[in-house]
Design a protein around this ligand. Structure first.
Ligand code: HEC
Ligand code: HEC
Length: 236
């Protein structure tokens, strides 16, 4: 009940745009700072990782996210909002807590993810809930013009971390890329290359550093077509 009122309050505030009532995202120390260390596992991230998530509670807490990320977690084909279903819980927790700490810029989402809206336990709950959802196969794919080049780049520079089928690595916080929307993949890969995604992994930055926009598009196109064979069990 209280939660519903809170959601309504956030919604009501937002269109005001620039109103002092909209919580502003803090600016955490990211990759631009000298002493940046990727994924230090401190603060809220460490706390959320320690909690045991509950998928049923997660389904409820996820209500506030649905407007953008869709009820099935599939996001938007135009890439404005990423696909989240079937992502590793560890990755979801890292990204949510990075956004809260301001090491990943996301002013749009920030008002919906403050401690007033979701607490640390709910972060863990949402993460197990989303991890259990099936990865949709109808994600937006690229134009398909340069898939051979995309594949050879992926095999050479990306596969070691993101996996042959885009499965990522839960223990290492490497995201699942299978099922993600092509425009989102391109935007993230470019932001990571250009230092704009401030919570990026420096080794990955090195991997994409020499990439042209055309190469980023080709490899993203290839990644958008990856699919996981293993069927995940749905959240009960
Ligand atoms: C107002 C729209 C909006 C709402 C509401 C919203 N998000 Fe987001 N979210 C975004 C946008 C936009 C991005 C991508 C930002 C970017 O391009 O870097 C994002 C990114 C994410 C990511 C990172 C995904 C990845 O692959 O790296 C996660 C995880 C996430 N959101 C979870 C949530 C959860 C959980 C909630 C609810 C508590 C939520 N979001 C509510 C807009 C929203
Ligand atoms: C050293 C391991 C590593 C390598 C190599 C690597 N990545 Fe990544 N990648 C990561 C990690 C870790 C993240 C998440 C960063 C974070 O913590 O926010 C990521 C994130 C991404 C994302 C954003 C995903 C999302 O859900 O937001 C894309 C797109 C991506 N990588 C593409 C690539 C491409 C293309 C290559 C090869 C050219 C590549 N990666 C090579 C580790 C790697």
């Amino acid at each position: 009940m209280v939660k519903r009122l809170l959601i309504a309050a956030v919604m009501a505030i937002l269109p005001a745009g620039g109103s002092a009532a909209v919580p502003e995202q803090p600016k955490g120390k990211g990759i631009e700072s000298r002493d940046y260390r990727w994924n230090e596992l401190t603060g809220e991230e460490a706390e959320a990782l320690r909690r045991k998530g509950d998928a049923q509670r997660g389904r409820q807490a996820y209500e506030v996210c649905q407007g953008c990320h869709r009820p099935d977690g599939s996001g938007r084909p135009d890439g404005a909002y990423p696909q989240l279903a079937g992502q590793h819980a560890t990755v979801l927790i890292k990204q949510m807590t990075d956004i809260r700490a301001g090491t990943r810029d996301n002013p749009k989402m920030y008002p919906f993810s403050t401690p007033h809206v979701i607490n640390v336990q709910e972060i863990a709950d949402i993460a197990v809930y989303l991890e259990g959802l099936a990865i949709p196969r109808h994600n937006a794919k690229g134009p398909g013009a340069d898939l051979e080049r995309g594949r050879s780049l992926y095999d050479k520079d990306c596969k070691t971390c993101h996996g042959a089928n885009g499965e990522g690595n839960a223990a290492k916080f490497y995201p699942v890329l299978a099922g993600q929307h092509y425009p989102y993949l391109v935007r993230q890969a470019r932001d990571i290359r250009d230092g704009k995604r401030r919570n990026a992994n420096p080794k990955m930055v090195k991997a994409v550093k020499g990439y042209s926009d055309g190469e980023l598009e080709a490899v993203s196109d290839y990644m958008s077509r990856l699919a996981l064979a293993k069927k995940r069990k749905p959240a009960k």
